[in-house]
Design a protein around this ligand. Structure first.
Ligand SMILES: [Zn+2]
Ligand SMILES: [Zn+2]
Length: 245
């Protein structure tokens, strides 16, 4: 009982501190670090206008702009059929979008999670998708330990706060896979086979799940994660990414 009341008072103090910070302390835009963010956004107007946002019509296979007459884009035509229903992508991997993502992913610039998460949440709301819950693509614990955070989890947390779809971390990475930057699609698929597993099949059964990651390149990582959730009985998987690589 004493422990419970101690936890409650810690939570009250943490809530108060968060409210105080958000009302009385102003932080500059995490993109340019000088202008103030637009209200309700997270980026300033300048940074927002420089983002290479995806324009409709989007490819359901990867969320990028559809560049042809087929249902999926030219890049997706060369990949195996996707095991998800629909992909939502916020940006193209170009220019300022690439620069910010690089900072977010490799330079520990975690402040970028909030504006990206807010924009990703807007995209999800506009899509009309209504997932039962959101799952971030997990990192293997060794990579998590080295990096100190999982960028997909940060984005998922903000998207969950902004949309009220719950976040559940029911996927784990069971195999540490070598970095894939120089691998072909076939090599990536082989590398990632059996890399993920659902922690609890009961939670996934018959559920509509939104899988979240930062970047989709060939889609092998998301495909492997999606397979693990479908094996655990999920009814439908959709994916949300910040950029199509
Ligand atoms: Zn800015
Ligand atoms: Zn595509």
């Amino acid at each position: 009982m004493e422990i419970l009341s101690k936890n409650m008072s810690y939570n009250c103090i943490a809530d108060f501190a968060k409210r105080f910070v958000s009302e009385f302390v102003s932080f500059p835009c995490p993109g340019c670090l000088k202008n103030m963010p637009e209200s309700g956004s997270g980026f300033c107007g300048d940074c927002f206008s420089r983002l290479p946002l995806v324009k409709a019509p989007a490819c359901p296979g990867c969320g990028a702009e559809n560049d042809g007459i087929f249902e999926v884009c030219g890049k997706c035509l060369k990949e195996e059929k996707r095991n998800w229903e629909k992909a939502l992508a916020l940006m193209r991997m170009e220019d300022y979008g690439r620069e910010l993502l690089h900072r977010f992913k490799y330079k520990s610039d975690a402040a970028l999670a909030r504006p990206f998460g807010i924009l990703a949440a807007e995209l999800l709301k506009k899509s009309g998708l209504r997932p039962d819950f959101i799952i971030p693509v997990p990192l293997h614990w060794t990579r998590y330990w080295m990096r100190g955070y999982n960028q997909a989890e940060f984005i998922s947390q903000i998207v969950s706060e902004e949309t009220s779809f719950p976040l559940k971390k029911v996927l784990k990475r069971v195999k540490r896979t070598p970095k894939q930057a120089n691998m072909s699609g076939k090599e990536r698929r082989k590398n990632l086979k059996g890399a993920f597993s659902a922690i609890d099949d009961d939670i996934c059964r018959n559920r509509v799940i939104l899988l979240v990651d930062d970047v989709l390149t060939t889609g092998s990582t998301l495909s492997s994660a999606s397979s693990a959730l479908l094996d655990a009985g999920a009814k439908e998987i959709n994916i949300l990414i910040l950029a199509r690589g």
